[in-house]
Design a protein around this ligand. Sequence first.
Ligand code: DAH
Length: 326
Amino acid sequence: MSKNYTSLISELREKLKKCSSLHDIANIKSFYLGKNGIVSIEFNELKNASIDEKKELGKSLNILKNQVQELISLKLSQAQETKDVDYPIDVTLPGKNISSGSRHPISITINQITSILGKYGFTSVSGIEIEDEFHNFEALNIPDTHPARDMHDTFYVSDNKLLRTHTSSVQIRSMLSNKAPLKIMTPGKVYRCDSDPTHSPMFHQIEGLCIDKDINFCHLKGVLTNFITEFFGRDMEIRFRPSYFPFTEPSAELDIKFRGKWLEVLGCGMVHPNVLTNVKINFKNFSGFAFGLGIERLAMLKYDIVDLRMFYENDISFLSQFKGLK
Ligand code: DAH
C-alpha cells in the first residue's frame, strides 16, 4: 500500500460503533462513499500520481473502498435486525377500529312513527317548507288577526311567503290535490321565531289526516291511543284534554303522564267544516280527524333527553348512543 489507510479505517470503525440508528449509518455512508465523500476524494489523488504510482495507489484505493463498503453494510444489517427485534409485529393486537356512523335520533324517531302509522293505513307525503299564507293560515281557518300570523312568531320570506310554522299546511295541499277519501301522514321541518332550552327556531313535526265517510272522534282516540302504546312499547297513562285550534272542532290535546306529571305531546281534533269547505270537500258527505305532534318532544320523552339543543349540536358522544337503531 503506497498510502496508509489504517487510521481512516479505525476512525470509521469507531464512528460505526457509536451509532445505532439507520439514519446515522446512512449519514456515515454518504460521508465516506458519497460523490464528495472521503473515498472519492482519495480517488481524485490518482490524477496527480505517476504511472508507476498509479498502479499501486489504485490497488490500495480499491481495497480501501471495499473495506469501507463491507464495514458499513455489516453495520446496516445489524441495525436492521435490532430494529425488527425492537418493533416486532404483534399479531395479537386488536385491529384499528373503523367507526361507522349512526342514524340521527330525529330520523330514528320519524322512522318509528311513520312505520307505526303506516300500519294503520297512513301514506307518507311531503310538503314544501316555504309556504304561502293561504296554505299555512287562511285555508286552515286561521284569521288575519291570529297572533301566530304576527311577524314576531313567523319567519316571513316576503309579503306572502313564509317558512311554514306547522305541517298542517300539507293537509290543505293534500286535500286539494287528492280529494276525499284520504289518509296521509307528513313528517318534516317547521319554523318559528322561538329559541330557548325547550324551543328551537327549527324543529320537526308529523301531521296525520284522515278524511272519509262517517269518521268520528272515536276513530281519532283509537288511532292515537294505540299509537302511543306502540311508540313507547308499553301502556301509558294518557288523557285527551279539550283545547282550541282554528282548524279543528272539537279540538283536544293529548297528554301523557310522565314521572307523575301530565305532559302535552300533541294537538288533534275533528277537521273544521270551514277547512273542508276551503278545499272544496262537502262536509255533509265527509268528515275527518287530524293531529300534529312534535317529533323532538316525543324523542326526548322516549330517550330521556333533557335539553332540546342536544339534537342539533352534532356531538358524536351523544349521537353514537343511538347506534344500531333504525
Ligand atoms: N298545527 C298545530 C301546531 O303546530 C298542531 C295541530 C293541532 C295539528 C291540531 C293538527 C291538529 O292537525 O288537528 O301547534
